[in-house]
Design a protein. Structure first.
Ligand code: ATR
Length: 528
C-alpha cells in the first residue's frame, strides 16, 4: 500500500529532455489532461537516443522547444552551442544530440533539486508556458510548438517589463525557426486570453510570470494581468492582414524539404464534389504535417486498394459507392466498422490495411457538443449505411434509438440490430422524440425543396440534426428552426469525422477549427 515502484523509458525527445525529469508526470484520461499522475521520483529513466530516429520530424521539433527553453533560462553556453549546431542537432547527429539531452537533463535536475515543491526556482521552467498552455488549448497544436510561440511572446513581455534586449529576443526567435518551430501563430486571440485568465498560476490580478533577463538567465516576477495582456499583440488573429502566411508553420517548410510527403486520398465515384481534400490539405499545412491528399475517381475499388499498397499511401477515405464493398479487400477491421458493416477510412501501417468508420464518432461529437445523449429518445430517419453508423454511435453513448424509414424491411432490420424501435416514415406523427436526425438524401442539392419529415412534426423541445451539408440549411432544418427547435447542420459531423481520420493517420491532434473553416469557405462559395 505504499504505491508502485516504477521507472520510465523515455521514447520521445520531449520526454527525454523534460517530462521524465522532475518527478511530476501524468497521463491524459477520458479527455482530461494529466488527470492520472504521480508526484514522486522514478527508480530509473532510460533515454535511448536511437529511439529518436523513429520519430516524425515534428515530434523532434517539439522536443527542441524545451531544450531551447533550458538554454534560455539557465545556460547561455548550451544555447550558443545549439545555435551553432542547429542543423546537426536537427538531423540527430549523435554527438550533438547526446550532449543536448545530457545538458538538458542536467539543467532541469539542478533546477528541480533546488526547489522540489515548485515555489521559486522551479517556476523558471515555466518560461513560455503561460502563453504556451493557453495557445495549446485554443489552437490545438502540440505542446512544443505552443511553447515555442509562448517563449517568443514571453521574451517580448520581458523586454517591456525587464532588462531583456531585443537582440536576445531575435536570437531566440532565430534559433526556434532554425529548429523548424513556429514563432507566431494564427489563433483566436479572445479564446487565448480567456484560457490565460484561467491559468492556475494566477493569483488575483497578478500572475507569476517568467521573464528573461538575458540569454541564460531568468527571473520570476509578479506581473499584473494587464502587463501580460500586452503580450497578446504578438499573437496573430485570423482577421489580421495576410493570414494565409501564418497558417504555415516553419515545421511544414522543413519537412517538405527533407522528405517526400505522406500520401492520402479519397476513393469514390463521383468524387469531384468531395470536400475532404480541401479539409485535410488545410489541416496538414496548418499542423506542419508533411502530407498531401488527393481526390481519386475510382470504379474498381479492389484495384485502388492494391494501388494504395503499391504507392505506399498512408491513408484513404472511402465514399460512395464503395463503403461496403471495400471491406473484402482490407486486412483488418476496427470493431466499430465491423459492427456498422461499412468502412469510410483506411489506415496503412507497413502494408497492413485496417478499415475504420469515422461517421459514428463524427455524429456523436456533433451531437454531444450540444447535449448529452444519455437516455435521450433519438429518432433516426433512414436505414442505410449512414443511419447505421449514426445509430451505433448513439447506442454506444446510451441514447435510445428509434429507426424511422419509408421501407419496413430495412428499417426493422436496423432497429433490431440497434435494439431499438421502428416506425414507418409515413407514421412519424405518432412518435415522440427528443432528437431527430435525418440520414436520408432527401433535401440534398439539387432537390432542396424536398424534406423527409413534415414541418408540423417539430416542437420547441426537440433538437434536429441533418447530416446533409449541401445546402447547409436544408428545408428540414429551416422548418425545425421555425418551430423553435435547436438545429445542427451537416457541417460538424463532416468535420469531426475528418478530425478522427486526421488523428488516426498522423497521430497528431486535429486542428478542428481550421478544418471547419476550410469546409465552410468552400460551402459558402458554392451557396453564393
Ligand atoms: P447511405 O449509405 O448514405 O445511408 P443508402 O444506404 O442508400 O445511403 O440509404 C439511404 C436511406 O435513405 C435509405 O434508408 C432510404 O430508404 P429505403 O431503406 O426505403 O431505401 C432512405 N431514402 C432514400 N430516399 C428516400 C426518400 N425519397 N424518402 C424517404 N427515404 C429515403
Amino acid at each position: 500500500m505504499r504505491g508502485l515502484r516504477f521507472g520510465y523509458i523515455a521514447t520521445t525527445l520531449l520526454s527525454q529532455v523534460d517530462a521524465s525529469v522532475g518527478g511530476k508526470n501524468g497521463v491524459n484520461f477520458q479527455g482530461y489532461k494529466n488527470i492520472v499522475g504521480v508526484f514522486n521520483q522514478p527508480e530509473f529513466v532510460i533515454c535511448d537516443l536511437s529511439l529518436l530516429t523513429t520519430l516524425p520530424d515534428r515530434e523532434i521539433s517539439c522536443g527542441f522547444a524545451e531544450i531551447v527553453k533550458h538554454g534560455a533560462i539557465a545556460d547561455a553556453e548550451m544555447f550558443a552551442y545549439l545555435e551553432e549546431n542547429a542543423a546537426r542537432a536537427f538531423s540527430l547527429d549523435l554527438s550533438v544530440i547526446e550532449k543536448l539531452v545530457y545538458e538538458s537533463v542536467r539543467i532541469k535536475a539542478v533546477v528541480v533539486n533546488r526547489d522540489e515543491l515548485e515555489k521559486g526556482e522551479r517556476r523558471k521552467l515555466n518560461f513560455g508556458h503561460t502563453f504556451g498552455h493557453a495557445i495549446e488549448k485554443t489552437a490545438g497544436i502540440s505542446h512544443g510548438e505552443a511553447v515555442s510561440v509562448g517563449m517568443v511572446i514571453a521574451s517580448a513581455v520581458s523586454e517591456a517589463n525587464g532588462p531583456l534586449k531585443s537582440v536576445d529576443t531575435e536570437r531566440l526567435q532565430r534559433l526556434l525557426q532554425d529548429l523548424s518551430l513556429p514563432t507566431r501563430i494564427e489563433v483566436n486571440v479572445d479564446l487565448v486570453w480567456d484560457a490565460l485568465q484561467k491559468d492556475k498560476k494566477r493569483e488575483g490580478d497578478t500572475i507569476h510570470f517568467v521573464l528573461l533577463e538575458q540569454i541564460g538567465s531568468a527571473v520570476v516576477r509578479r506581473l499584473t494581468i494587464e502587463d501580460v495582456r500586452d503580450g497578446m499583440k504578438y499573437l496573430k488573429s485570423p482577421t489580421d492582414e495576410n493570414p494565409s502566411q501564418a497558417h504555415v508553420s516553419t515545421g511544414a517548410k522543413r519537412s517538405l524539404q527533407s522528405k517526400a510527403p505522406a500520401l492520402f486520398g479519397v476513393f469514390g465515384d463521383p468524387i469531384s464534389h468531395s470536400l475532404s481534400p480541401v479539409m485535410h490539405n488545410r489541416a496538414f499545412v496548418f499542423s506542419g504535417y508533411n502530407g498531401v491528399y488527393f481526390p481519386f475517381r475510382v470504379n474498381a475499388i479492389a484495384k485502388a486498394i492494391s494501388a494504395m499498397k503499391t504507392l505506399n499511401m498512408r491513408g484513404a477515405s472511402v465514399t460512395l459507392p464503395h463503403k461496403v464493398r471495400v471491406m473484402a479487400h482490407l486486412d483488418r477491421m476496427d470493431a466499430m466498422a465491423e459492427k456498422i458493416g461499412a468502412v469510410n477510412t483506411i489506415l496503412n501501417q507497413d502494408g497492413i490495411l485496417t478499415g475504420y468508420n469515422s461517421d459514428a464518432r463524427g455524429a456523436v461529437s456533433a451531437l454531444t457538443e450540444r447535449l448529452s445523449l444519455k437516455n435521450q429518445r433519438v429518432a433516426i430517419v433512414g436505414a442505410g449505411g449512414a443511419a447505421r453508423a449514426v445509430g451505433y454511435g448513439i447506442v454506444e453513448n446510451k441514447g435510445n434509438v428509434m429507426v424511422v424509414n419509408r421501407t419496413a424491411k430495412s428499417g426493422e432490420q436496423l432497429a433490431a440490430d440497434l435494439c431499438g424501435d421502428f416506425s414507418l416514415l409515413s407514421e412519424i406523427q405518432k412518435i415522440d422524440c427528443d432528437v431527430l436526425i435525418n440520414t436520408t438524401p432527401v433535401g440534398m442539392f439539387p432537390d432542396v425543396d424536398a424534406t423527409p419529415v413534415p414541418g408540423t412534426f417539430f416542437n420547441e423541445h426537440m433538437t434536429v440534426m441533418d447530416i446533409i451539408y449541401t445546402p447547409l440549411q436544408t428545408r428540414l432544418l429551416k422548418e425545425a428552426t421555425a418551430a423553435g427547435c435547436d438545429t445542427i447542420n451537416g457541417l460538424p459531423m463532416f468535420v469531426y469525422q475528418g478530425a478522427f481520420q486526421f488523428e488516426l493517420w498522423t497521430g497528431m491532434q486535429a486542428p478542428v477549427e481550421v478544418m471547419r473553416e476550410a469546409v465552410s469557405e468552400v460551402l459558402a462559395f458554392h451557396e453564393t
